[in-house]
Structure formats: C-alpha cells, structure tokens
Design a protein around this ligand. Structure first.
Ligand code: PGA
Length: 255
C-alpha cells in the first residue's frame, strides 16, 4: 500500500512575515494524527530556511520549487541541490508546467535536474501534464507518455522508486477546473502502466503519483479515493491554513 503524500506548492507567494503566519496557522490547524500521510511545504527560496526552522518538531517536510543541475558556479539566479539541502529541504519540485510554459523548460532539461536531484539525495516531485488543446485533440496519452519517458530517461529503477510524479493537467492548474476523479485515475493508471513497462511491476507499484490542478478541500477526497492517485500537489488552496489542512484531513481519511 502506497503512502499518501500531500505537497503545497506556494509558487511566488508569501514573503518572510507571511511565511511565518501561514506555518503558524498550519501548526494549529493540523494538530490531528497524520497516520503516515506525508506533508511537504514548498515555499519560495527566500522562505525555505525560515520554513525549515518553523517546522522542526512537526511532521511537515520542506521542498524547493526548482533547482539547477550543477553544483556551483556562474549561473546567476540559480540554486544548487546542496544549497537546498543546506537549508533543510528534502524535496524539490521539478518541471512544473509554469516552468515549462514561462521559462522554456523541456523534458530533456528537466531530466538533467531529476538525475542531479536524485544523485544529491533530494526527492524530486516531477510534473507532467497535457494542455487543454492537447486534451481536445485526444493526444493526452501520447503527450504524457513522452513527458514521463523524457523526464525519466536514464533514471534507474532503484532511483525511480524514490521519486514522486505529479500529473497536473495544465488546463486544471489555477483555473478552478479540476479533472474529474475518473479523468485523473485514467491518466494515473496510464502512467503506472508505462512505469511497469520501463521498470517492472514491483517498482511501478511503489512510485507515488500525485494529482495536481485545482485540488480543493471539497474535491480532494474523491480524487484521493482513486486507486492510482497517491496524493496531491496543491497550489492555490495551500496558501491558507484552513483549506490546506482540510485537504490533508481528506488524505488521512482516505489513507
Ligand atoms: P492549483 O495549482 O492547485 O492552484 O491549480 C497546482 C499546481 O500548479 O501545482
């Protein structure tokens, strides 16, 4: 049985003071037993160190929202894996559709980061997902298959087991238009089948596949009930303690 993993992607939100407010709120509202559900907070780089300090002694883990695939050097504006680790990150989101859309990230580029993150001891949360146009053209399967193959190129079975995949249909991100539980399950099952082809059944069964795209307190339970949906990557609804804790609660109930 795979554990459920709920991650909050804060995106470019929350300054230092607001980070403290949100984490204080979360500590109060998530006072129930998580029963093995993992919760990851991914604030902006500027808040990582503070967030890691504030969650000490709580079950929350911290993740970055991006990183570069080099150890150090003249790469203005970039962050190295060791830097993330040094401020207490265990996870890093890679290949988010906003990185693909606004910053031109390709599967090949994301793959370099995935391999580097794994080699550095970080757990990557690797995002894939089709656009609305691609869904309407009925090419979701081809797109997601190519993305998963691309981002996992040269990743061993042993490493694949450690990472998290996030299926995030682009048309559902920040739009309030969530995939139906069945639409999510169909693509998650497809990804699991592909992982079986790539790595064999044992590994495929172990990989956590999160759903992301307008996950809210009122739709989380139905999505998390699907057999191949192992958690959620939450954007908008993770910015308020009450809505994020309600999603965590739904995961605990569906565990
Ligand atoms: P959303 O974002 O929950 O605001 O749709 C999800 C994501 O982009 O990870």
């Amino acid at each position: 049985m795979r554990a459920k993993v709920i991650a909050g992607n804060w995106k470019m939100n929350k300054d230092f003071r607001q980070t403290e407010e949100l984490i204080d709120g979360l500590k109060k509202s998530v006072s129930f037993d998580l029963q093995g559900v993992s919760v990851i907070l991914c604030p902006p780089f500027t808040s990582l160190e503070l967030a890691a300090r504030l969650v000490k002694g709580t079950p929350f883990a911290i993740g970055g929202q991006n990183m570069y695939f080099k150890d150090e050097g003249a790469f203005t504006g970039e962050i190295a894996p060791a830097m993330l680790k040094s401020v207490g990150c265990r996870y890093v989101i890679l290949g988010h559709s906003e990185r693909r859309q606004f910053f031109g990230e390709t599967d090949e580029f994301i793959n370099k980061k995935v391999k580097k993150a794994l080699a550095s001891g970080l757990i990557p949360i690797v995002c894939v997902g089709e656009t609305l146009q691609q869904r309407e053209q009925n090419i979701t399967e081809q797109i997601v298959t190519a993305q998963v193959r691309g981002v996992l190129s040269d990743v061993s079975a042993q490493n694949a087991e450690k990472l998290i995949l996030a299926y995030e249909p682009v048309w559902a991100i920040g739009t309030g238009r969530t995939a139906t539980p069945q639409q999510a399950e169909d693509v998650h099952a497809l990804i699991r089948k592909l992982l079986t082809e790539l790595y064999g059944g044992t590994t495929a069964e172990r990989v956590i596949i999160q759903y992301g795209g307008s996950v809210k307190a009122d739709n989380a339970a139905d999505l998390l009930w699907q057999p191949n949906v192992d958690g959620a990557l939450v954007g908008g609804a993770c910015l308020k303690a009450d809505s994020f804790s309600a999603i965590i609660r739904a995961a605990v109930a569906r565990k």
